[in-house]
Design a protein around this ligand. Structure first.
Ligand SMILES: [Zn+2]
Length: 72
């Protein structure tokens, strides 16, 4: 079984890249047995949720040139 260092590393990595099935399985086994890493993973999820909300709250760029009738 992976240790806590490896588990937290994977939890961080999961924010930046999709984990492989093997990594997800190993992480899930670890977090089932380890409440510390389960808690850490939960916090990472909250951070991801908040940053996503922040990203959605960003004002979007207005279209530079709205399509109009082309001059002839
Ligand atoms: Zn752990």
């Amino acid at each position: 079984m992976m240790n806590c260092k490896q588990a937290t590393r994977l939890l961080s990595d999961a924010q930046e890249r999709p984990l492989s099935l093997k990594e997800k399985m190993a992480l899930s086994v670890h977090t089932t047995l380890c409440s510390a890493c389960r808690h850490f993973g939960k916090q990472m999820g909250v951070i991801r949720h908040l940053s996503r909300q922040f990203a959605q709250g960003e004002p979007t760029e207005p279209p530079a040139n709205p399509p109009k009738d082309e001059p002839k």
